[in-house]
Design a binder for this molecule. Structure first.
Ligand SMILES: [Zn+2]
Length: 180
């Protein structure tokens, strides 16, 4: 079986900076699992994997545009603490869920003082040229449910409960909008 759209792929991975410094890697048994064509993977990596089979190793170096995008400085925002929840404790490096122009997204706290909190909505790997080394462990057909959700399910997949609940909530909202 080859990697084509609508397959679910599990792979071991390592992400390094252009200078070789390793940023992330999978533990044995903790593979990266994704639905091909869902946009879960950086576009350049997905392209590089196309047509490969189980057991193949793929190594590719990607410019930011093909990896996690260029950094966008307007995604860095300073907001008054009073706009955050009452008594909300934050520290530099915290990841928060915040409402952005594109809906709810994760942002990183990059600075703070008594008055303000500065958050960065860029992906932490945005703006970097990255070298991906992956080894393909499993390829299977996506289930109808996975295709409907637009992401992979199962061991090692990013279908944590919170995400599933969010997805269910979105569905309910959609149903309500249809009724209205
Ligand atoms: Zn799902």
């Amino acid at each position: 079986m080859k990697i084509t759209p609508s397959k679910v792929v599990s792979m071991q991975y390592q992400i390094a900076e252009a200078n070789g410094e390793i940023l992330e890697s999978s533990e044995p048994g903790d593979e990266w699992c994704f639905l091909v064509g869902s946009g879960e993977l950086p576009p350049g990596l997905e392209k590089a994997l196309e047509g490969h089979e189980v057991g193949d190793s793929v190594s590719v170096t990607l410019a930011p545009a093909d990896a996690y995008g260029e950094r966008e400085e307007d995604l860095v925002q300073t907001i008054p603490r009073s706009e955050m929840g009452e008594d909300m404790e934050v520290a530099v490096g915290d990841k928060l869920e915040a409402e952005t122009d594109d809906g709810w997204d994760f942002v990183t706290v990059v600075a703070l003082d008594d008055e303000n909190v500065t958050i960065d909505g860029n992906h932490e790997l945005a703006g970097k040229t990255l070298k991906f080394d992956v080894k393909i462990i499993e390829i299977r057909d996506a289930t109808p449910e996975e295709l409907e959700h637009g992401h992979a399910h199962g061991e090692g997949c990013e279908d944590d409960e919170e995400w599933e609940e969010e997805w269910e909530d979105d569905e309910e909202d959609d149903d309500e909008e249809e009724k209205a």
